[in-house]
Ligand binder design. Structure first.
Ligand SMILES: Cc1cc2nc3c(=O)[nH]c(=O)nc-3n(C[C@H](O)[C@H](O)[C@H](O)COP(=O)(O)OP(=O)(O)OC[C@H]3O[C@@H](n4cnc5c(N)ncnc54)[C@H](O)[C@@H]3O)c2cc1C
Length: 503
């Protein structure tokens, strides 16, 4: 130990990863977490024998063909995790018997797209051509950009240069814009549903590359199991987590972070404070907005043209006493009657996840099903829960009933087999993770954000860092481990400690 004490706010994947790397490098760390479980958004919950998984659809770096595998292997025995590499990413249907299957194998995907939308052959070839061009790209992630020397910078440029034209071409258009060029309605909807409609198409291409390489698998056991493995690593390295400990303030003296104050009034001193919690509450509540510049005000004040947070979710889970062996595990189908989520949005299509691929999440013969309904209206749900608990419960029941009705229409034999229902709302996301606006990730990977370097420190404040999805546009689990690892490199460099990934 080098006797430097670091306090980390948040036991999400970013906080746990940062803690693990800092422990490896001789720092004495403590994590303070408001909830009573690890993982933050990377979570799942149990109800009457069913596990409802919230997060992991795919983990980039699930095989050695992707650079992130080496990083995950520094914290987890990846060989022991069993991954499912789906043949089909998702299936989109038109309600009239036609479907487009988004195969993870790009050659099969091209064939399928051309079968369904021969009138869009040119566009399909352009899109799939973009994916193929990116096959050899291995983005350098070993060293934090903040600690790179000019030679590292040159090496990185040399690696990236061959892909610059592809990047420029696809980074600047959104999925929605690209989709609008497709003549075929099913293809149009497929592109929009690949991620979120305002995502840069470059992000879609990279996701398809990872899937094609079988490097974006689903880990059996799901999100909670995954988070628990990283928590275990952190503890094995000597780290300490305080659950049910909400941080209220970050203590500052003479422009240096000196520790934290918890909601219960207890204070804890530190040489360095890292916030792996939500960006807005860190900057504007825990630090009272004292360390901001115009750029940060723009990001969180909505003035930034590029940055917009992912929406929140009404997340409906069902435990169904039957199997779905012949059904796709992930599908989107149109609704005869739209589901009204709140006063801002109604959904005309239902995105459904059927966990028929992970037998650990329900007893034999039973299946968890989840439905994600996006909304930007977190205020509606927070207000309803606070002011009118009865109506809040009624709204959740109404949405569940409409979802069950729609699933009955699509699959049949649902109503009579539903054993368990559960609804999480934007208010639940805020309660259990405090994520800004109940967003389900951080900043969307919109055009102009993919090379945006957001500072991990704040102007005028020393010995303080921010990590996680609010300083890495795109969010997700790979940026969580990367930012935890990178911040450790930054701190090590400052303290003249040689960075290591060994225990
Ligand atoms: C529905 C859904 C699907 C997703 N699918 C995928 C996927 O397939 N692949 C993928 O890579 N990513 C996926 N993600 C995104 C991924 O889960 C997140 O981007 C990632 O987990 C963020 O990690 P984080 O540690 O940066 O933040 P968080 O998980 O938000 O962690 C922050 C932690 O800080 C704690 N905290 C906040 N405020 C305080 C405070 N004041 N005091 C103490 N503790 C505090 C919170 O409780 C939380 O535990 C998905 C997310 C969701 C919700």
């Amino acid at each position: 130990m080098n006797n430097r004490r670091v306090i980390i706010i948040g036991a999400g994947i970013s906080g746990l990863c940062a803690g693990s790397y800092l422990q490896m490098n001789g720092y004495d760390t403590e994590i303070y977490e408001l909830h009573d479980v690890p993982g933050g958004l990377c979570t799942a919950w149990k109800k009457k024998g069913y596990t409802f998984d919230f997060c992991i659809h795919w983990l980039v770096g699930s095989s050695p063909s992707d650079s992130f595998y080496a990083l995950w292997s520094e914290l987890i025995d990846m060989a022991k995790l069993k991954f499912v590499d789906h043949e089909v990413f998702f299936q989109i249907e038109d309600g009239e018997g036609n479907a487009l299957r988004v195969f993870t194998d790009v050659n099969r995907l091209e064939e399928e797209m051309k079968r369904v939308a021969p009138e869009d052959t040119g566009l399909i070839e352009e899109f799939i051509g973009g994916v193929r061009k990116l096959f050899p790209l291995r983005y350098p992630i070993d060293k934090a950009p903040e600690v790179m020397n000019p030679f590292d910078g040159l090496k990185m440029m040399a690696r990236i240069l061959p892909y610059l034209r592809t990047f420029r071409k696809w980074e600047r258009i959104t999925a929605r814009e690209f989709a609008s060029r497709c003549k075929n309605p099913l293809l149009r909807r497929t592109i929009v549903h690949m991620f979120s409609p305002d995502t840069s198409v470059f992000f879609l291409l990279m996701t398809l590359v990872s899937m094609h390489k079988k490097a974006a698998g689903y880990p059996i056991g799901g999100s909670h199991n995954f988070a628990a493995l990283i928590e275990e690593k952190y503890r094995t390295l000597g780290g300490n987590i305080h659950y049910n400990s909400r941080v209220k303030k970050i203590l500052v003296e003479d422009g240096c972070a000196k520790g934290i104050e918890l909601e219960n009034g207890n204070t804890h001193a530190a040489d360095i404070v890292i916030s792996a919690a939500d960006g807005y509450s860190t900057i504007f509540e825990m630090l009272d907005g004292r360390y901001v510049n115009e750029k940060l005000r723009g990001y969180y004040g909505g003035q930034s043209e590029k940055l917009k947070a992912f929406p929140s979710l009404v997340f409906v889970s069902l435990g169904v006493a039957r199997t779905f062996d012949q059904e796709p595990h992930n599908l989107v189908f149109p609704l005869k009657k739209p589901v009204v989520v709140d006063d801002s949005i109604r959904h005309r299509e239902l995105p459904v996840r059927i966990f028929n691929f992970d037998p650990t999440l329900a007893p034999a013969g039973k299946t968890p099903i989840t439905v994600m309904l996006a909304t930007y209206n977190h205020e509606f749900w927070v207000r309803l829960k606070q002011d009118d608990e009865e109506n809040y419960t009624r709204e959740k029941e109404r949405i569940t009933a409409e979802v069950i009705e729609a699933l009955e229409g699509r699959f049949g034999n649902i109503k009579s087999t539903v054993e368990v229902t559960d609804v999480s709302t934007p208010a639940s996301i805020m309660q259990y993770t405090n994520n800004w606006k109940g967003s389900f990730e951080g900043w969307e990977p919109r055009p102009g954000t993919m090379l945006l370097r957001m500072d991990k420190s704040l102007p005028g404040l020393d010995n303080f860092y921010m990590i996680g999805q609010w300083v890495q546009p795109g969010g997700g689990l790979p940026p969580a481990i990367m930012s935890g690892r990178n911040v450790t490199q930054i701190i090590c460099k400052k303290d003249k400690v040689k960075f290591t990934t060994q225990a």
